[in-house]
Structures are given as C-alpha cells and as structure tokens.
Design a protein around this ligand. Structure first.
Ligand SMILES: [Zn+2]
Length: 341
C-alpha cells in the first residue's frame, strides 16, 4: 500500500502521469458526446458466433523464437525490416497469389478484385474476420474485440482505453477496424477495455478500481488514484482480458494510454520498444510507475507469456488526423502489414 503512494501519488492536476502513474483528471471535453455516440455504436451490433478463422491457425507461437529475427540485427543498427514471424514468400502466400491470379483471369462480373480472401462478417467493416464479446463490465457493458487481417503474419493485439479518461487512442484501433481489409498480420483490436470508465470519463472502472493495478502479478493493496481492488483479478474487466489473452496469446501487445507521449522502455525486447517508438514517431522513456509497477497488465503478460507487451503513451490531445490516419498506418508498418488498396 505504501510504496506506490510515496512517489506515485502526485497532484491530480499534474500532467505527469504514467499509465497508472497518476489519476489524471481531465476537464470536460467537446469530444465527449461523440465518444458516447461511438461507444453506443460499438455496443450496437450483436456479436457473431461464427469463427471463420480457426484460433491461432497460423502457428505463430513457436514457429520462430520471439528473438527470431536476431540474425537481421546488427550491433548498434536498429532493424529496418518489419517484425514478422513468417517468411514473406511462404508457399501458402505464393499459392494464394496464384489462385487469386487465376480467379482474376476468369470472368466474374460480380466479384470485386479487392475482395479479401476470407468471408466478410460485416459488410460495413470489410477488415473484420472475427468478432467477440470477451466479457462484460461491472455495469454489464460488453467488452468487444475484433480480429482483422489475413492471418499471414504474427498475432498482434492492440488495446486501448483501459483508463476511461484516456479515450483518444481508440481512434487508431477503430480506424483499423473500420477501414479496408488488412494483410500480412493476424491482428486483434480491443478499443474499449473499460467501457464504464469511458462513459463516466473516469480512469477507473465503475467500482473505482484502476484496472491496470488489478492483475495478478506483483499485485499490492493500493489505495487512492491506483486503487487496486480487494484482490487480484477482482474486477470482471480484468478477468475478461485475462481469459482473452490466455486464449489468443498474442506475440506482441501494444497497450495504448495517454498523456505521457512516450513509448516505454520496460519490456522484454528492447528492440521491439525501439522499433515501435521509431514507427510511431514517439520518444522512448522508462515509464516506471514511480518505482515498482504493481498489478499491471503488461507486467503480468510479460512475466507469464512468451510474447512481449509494451505500453505506448500518446499526448493529452493527439491530433485527430494522427489518430485516424497516420498512426494506423504506422502501427501496421511495425509488422510490415498493409491495407488492401
Ligand atoms: Zn492509462
């Protein structure tokens, strides 16, 4: 209870906050009504039970060590090529290209050349290949995840709005979800981890718990701005995400927060941190929770799983164009993934 509060608790109006460093109290913004409307939209369509891609069908884990691309790395020279866990010219890709070429040569008046090679779940969201409700919040709101991509690359998860008063980075994930089909990656997006907090414009969930202190790794009984709950995984949102991560086991996780404007250096793979910072045009900095991070999602995942989870912080008010246009493209570039033209 004591150690985090000593240097972690800072005046609420101070902008220095780490993902969890301080309870940032942000004044009401004009974006709120729009955010609420978007939340309603996210909550709108019923979940599908269909699973067009078999779970982890791509054998990402174990195909190559997560230090796999080591041979590409030269001392002192950051890697230029995207992080991938499958070769570019796998037989499957070549076969797919040949099949696609064959299809295109056959007259097919109603077929679009840009059609993805997977069934569409949602005509309005051609990038989506699977969608799930992974659980519900304290107030019963669904926590939704969408799967994008053609599954030909590494399994990646993007998470946003774990803290309800950090709503802007959701737009990166929503833009990827709502845009053109994506290839070269097996990508999950979870735009709204804390739907109750988003509606209430609070960092914490509806029971006043900081979800990023509620994970069962170095959990401590914290009070105040980092209220960690009565026990590890006490919150339904935490349990939902734990179940989901155990199931999907992403090779890479980016956990988006605000407003520190930095990529954390505290991860299992420093090259990953460097690559993400360079791709997203953000500085790197150790985001230390003012000492020891207790009960954080990234800490838990990095300790328990083979994949690497990394905290990415944008500023307090990142430009909308950056969130909706620039950053989505930059995120895909980390793994060499692209959108269909
Ligand atoms: Zn945060």
């Amino acid at each position: 209870m004591g150690e985090d509060r000593g240097d972690g608790e800072r005046p609420a109006d101070r902008q220095q906050h780490r993902d969890g460093l301080a309870g940032l109290v942000r004044p009401a913004s004009a974006d709120r009504q729009r955010q609420d409307a978007e939340q309603v939209r996210e909550d709108g369509p019923p979940p599908s039970t269909g699973r067009p891609l078999t779970r982890r069908a791509h054998g990402i884990q174990g195909r190559r060590g997560w230090h796999g691309p080591r041979r590409r790395i030269h001392a002192g020279t950051p890697p230029r090529r995207p992080l991938r866990s499958t070769p570019r010219e796998s037989p499957l890709r070549i076969l797919t290209a040949l099949l696609l070429a064959t299809v295109l040569l056959v007259p097919a008046p109603t077929t679009s050349a840009a059609a993805p090679d997977h069934p569409q779940l949602d005509p309005d969201r051609p990038a989506v290949v699977e969608k799930r409700v992974i659980g519900r919040s304290v107030r019963g709101r669904p926590i939704r995840a969408w799967r994008l991509g053609d599954g030909s690359g590494p399994t990646v998860l993007l998470i946003s709005t774990m803290h309800g008063d950090e709503p802007h980075t959701r737009r990166i994930l929503q833009s990827l979800r709502d845009g053109r089909p994506i290839r070269g990656i097996d990508l999950w997006v979870l735009p709204t981890y804390n739907p109750d907090g988003l509606v209430r414009h609070t960092r914490k969930n509806a029971r006043g718990v900081d979800l990023n202190r509620n994970f069962p790794w170095r959990w401590a009984d914290l009070d105040g701005p980092y209220e960690s709950g009565p026990r590890p995984r006490s919150e339904p949102e935490t349990r939902a995400v734990i179940r989901f991560l155990r199931d999907v086991r992403p090779r890479w996780i980016l956990s988006f927060h605000q407003p520190l404007h930095a990529v954390d250096t505290d991860t299992k793979d420093r090259r990953f941190s460097r690559r993400v910072a360079r791709a997203l045009d953000l500085p790197r900095r150790a985001l230390t929770c003012g000492g020891v991070c207790h009960g954080t999602m990234t800490g838990w995942y990095n300790h328990r799983f083979r994949g690497a989870a990394l905290t990415v912080e944008y500023g307090a008010r990142p430009p909308r164009r950056r969130m909706e246009k620039t950053a989505p493209r930059q995120v895909l570039s980390i793994w060499g993934a692209t959108r269909h033209r």
